[in-house]
Design a protein. Structure first.
Length: 62
């Protein structure tokens, strides 16, 4: 499995467990992932329709 795929899976699973939107810096801190990687993979996931940017941060689409 590619590194990008693994990071996207980690981010998506993490966001599905949250009850509020989170900013990329918060996500990076809580997951231990690099901030720039988090930002890039969030945008990838948005293009795939799996997450969305809302007021207050990012959420997983249900």
């Amino acid at each position: 499995m590619s590194e990008t795929k693994r990071v996207k899976d980690i981010l998506l699973e993490f966001l599905m467990q949250q009850d509020k939107p989170l900013m990329p810096k918060e996500i990076a801190k809580l997951t231990g992932l690099n901030y720039n990687t988090v930002r890039a993979r969030l945008h990838d996931l948005r293009k795939e329709g799996k997450v969305e940017r809302v007021e207050g941060g990012w959420i997983a689409k249900k």
